[in-house]
Design a protein around this ligand. Sequence first.
Ligand SMILES: Nc1nc2c(ncn2[C@@H]2O[C@H](COP(=O)(O)OP(=O)(O)OP(=O)(O)O)[C@@H](O)[C@H]2O)c(=O)[nH]1
Length: 470
Amino acid sequence: MQTASPFHPLEQPHSGRLLLCASLAVFAAAMVGILLRPLGYLSVFWPANQIVLVLLLRYPRLMRPLGLAALFASFVLADLITGTSLWLSLGFTTANLCGAACGWLFLRKQSQRDLQMEGQYSALLVFFASGMASLASAAIGGPVSVWAFGLSLTQGLLMWWTGEWMNAMMLLPFLLALPSARTAVTAKERRSWALKFLPALAVVGLEITSYMVGNKVGSLVFSLPALLWCALSYRILTTAIITMVVFVTKVIVVSNIVGFIPANVLDVASLRLGITMLLLGPLSVAGAHAARTELLHRMRYQAHHDSLTDVLSRNGFVQASHTLLKRLTHEGNSAAVLMLDLDHFKRVNDNHGHASGDRLLRDVSQLLTASLRPQDVLGRIGGEEFAVVLPTISFEDATAIAERLCQTVRSGQFQTAQDAPLQATLSIGLAYRQALRPGDSLEALLREADLALYQAKAQGRDCAVWTVPS
Ligand SMILES: Nc1nc2c(ncn2[C@@H]2O[C@H](COP(=O)(O)OP(=O)(O)OP(=O)(O)O)[C@@H](O)[C@H]2O)c(=O)[nH]1
């Protein structure tokens, strides 16, 4: 079965290597699950199924007979090495793979955002999909555990379903969020060290309190406020890790207290279901928070950038230049402010159409961006008008850059919307300060540059004009 992976094609490794790595990962996870089995065969911490599900989502090629056979063999091998009988292992493994395949069917068509837990409803989606996958797995695993442990059918189904679902809600969000560790942190907030770690410290504090309070049902939810605080403060991956660690620890500790005997199946199942529901809270908040942060980031970008040329808009340019000039003034540093205006731009629109004018604006913006230094600030401040701030620069270098910009546009290979060649020239006015003083506001420098630009137009255009600093 061939299905498109929601992940980038470059992430898809060679088939042989993929099979080997996937099998090793599943084998290792199954061994971890088996070795941590506190209560007979119904392992309370079983990461292997969620690893299989994430592998299937990332590498749909594994959903072929060879891939599934390799995954199947990894489970069985881990069982046989640790003394489980072959027939029991075949039953358990079929249940495990069935659950993973069912989860894959539910999740494979979801957006990459949701599959990285960064959508508004990602946690609910994972909650629903893993609930269904656990049911599918329990439909096989339940009867197998009846045969293996002498439980009633209801008990077997209940134990398998709740155990699987709880494991999925603890592990799947973390595993799904893993790829986003590579993506850049968008909105970096500068906060003090203490503030940054406070939510995590609150979790630790409340968890310690809950263990000190002891085996009381209420203590299960003590850390919920701190987990919600983490969800609002950290990236989704960090929240998923913290949530996973808190609840895996809780489950291991609590399972040692409650103990598994057929008589308290209902207690264990209700505890597991309670934890599964609890996990939904912080994960939902984290997903909604990630979606909101991304939206804010996009809106902030749009508010500061010109949609046609993608350089800073007037608003963005003014804000960035203000901050820059303030710093340069504080340091007593130099700066040049340039006003740039395309010559006879109206004619381009009139003779070749508005679309050609737009294309020229985009192409000129790209040329200007490529010609400037990374620390320079470029913005489109009007129709065919641009402005630039060149920080920390000598007068000679500033005028040389202005002349080079004129030359770059003059020799630029532009085209109309119909791909016919197009000529363009640029006039520039320049204002310069060797050492910026508090009175040298952006507005004052732009006004001075505008006067020089007026002279450049009067002198016949396609040139740069400046007043020699006294
Ligand atoms: N295609 C396009 N045209 C625009 C845009 N914004 C402004 N314009 C046009 O740019 C033209 C500017 O014309 P003018 O101010 O007369 O300037 P000019 O023709 O460049 O003449 P000089 O500046 O004196 O050399 C106007 O026709 C505006 O309609 C835009 O986003 N796209």
